[in-house]
Design a protein around this ligand. Structure first.
Ligand SMILES: NC(=O)c1ccc[n+]([C@@H]2O[C@H](COP(=O)([O-])OP(=O)(O)OC[C@H]3O[C@@H](n4cnc5c(N)ncnc54)[C@H](O)[C@@H]3O)[C@@H](O)[C@H]2O)c1
Length: 247
């Protein structure tokens, strides 16, 4: 039997590619022989681009704000034909007080724009383009917070609601996209050691494995969901959380 966890020849888009999980997913895709990576982030991607080019991986980088419909449309138009995409772009502002902060509503709207409206904009562009080519694979990164309300008291309801929305979006999209050959799936990570969690303390004893996760522990499942080995996955959300939440 041939190894189907193989990305040879595939062109894959990664958003949030400058971040911990996005960059790790780029490395995992490279290790699995990806044909070409198209990276997107609101921030600079020089480090991961240089790292990939040093390994002779074909890569392009697009700096854009993926909360905006226009930026998503321009990205997909510039990206060319895509076999798969992993949407990792996201924000998680940590705030103490959502009850009294007068600016809280503004933050809510920004979180929703980046974490939920952004993937909607992206999929609105990706779905017809992939369907026209006969299929594709899309992976949206949700969160354990959207599964069970969160694991840290300082993670606010905007983030939790946005990620619950991402999970519902995956199910909605999967039903409509599968008949066109487009597989939409997701991953709901537990706490992962990236810039997003750098200021939060995670006491060992609270975690079944005695630790939070590493970015590559989300990257490998994400790369798998972009591979031929995941050809029967549609509407699945993988709980990758070290046993912190089991449903
Ligand atoms: N780290 C965790 O514990 C954890 C847990 C569950 C889910 N997640 C999710 O995983 C994804 C990746 O997070 P991470 O941990 O790698 O965080 P990260 O902060 O390292 O990376 C997020 C990336 O998204 C980019 N980004 C933010 N807003 C953007 C915008 N408007 N347009 C384009 N790019 C934008 C950032 O510049 C950053 O590079 C996020 O969706 C996050 O919500 C993370």
């Amino acid at each position: 039997m041939k190894n189907a966890i193989d990305l040879t020849g595939r062109r894959i888009l990664l958003t949030g590619a400058a971040g911990g999980i996005g960059a790790a997913t780029a490395r995992a895709c490279a290790a699995l022989g990806v044909g070409e990576l198209v990276l997107a982030d609101v921030g600079p991607m020089d480090d991961i681009v240089a790292e990939l080019r040093a390994q002779n991986v074909a890569v392009s980088a697009h700096q854009c704000d993926l909360s905006l419909r226009k930026d998503n449309a321009e990205l997909i138009a510039a990206a060319g034909p895509l076999d798969a995409a992993v949407a990792c772009a996201g924000i998680c502002p940590l705030e103490e007080d959502w009850l009294d902060d007068p600016d809280w509503d503004d933050v809510f709207h920004r979180v929703m724009d980046v974490n939920l409206l952004g993937p909607i904009h992206l999929c609105r562009e990706l779905l017809p383009a992939m369907a026209a080519r006969g299929g594709g694979q899309i992976v949206l990164i949700g969160s354990i917070g959207g599964r069970m309300g969160g694991t840290s008291p300082i993670v606010q309801p905007h983030y939790i609601a946005s990620k619950g929305g991402v999970h519902a979006l995956i199910w909605w999209l999967a039903q409509r996209a599968a008949p066109q050959g487009v597989l939409v799936n997701g991953i709901a990570p537990g706490p992962i050691a990236t810039a997003m969690t750098a200021t939060t303390v995670y006491p060992k004893e609270k975690y079944p494995l005695g630790r939070i996760g590493e970015p590559e522990e989300i990257a490998w499942p994400a790369a798998f969901l972009c591979s031929p080995a995941a050809s029967y996955f549609s509407g699945a959300i993988l709980d990758v959380n070290g046993g912190l939440f089991v449903s």
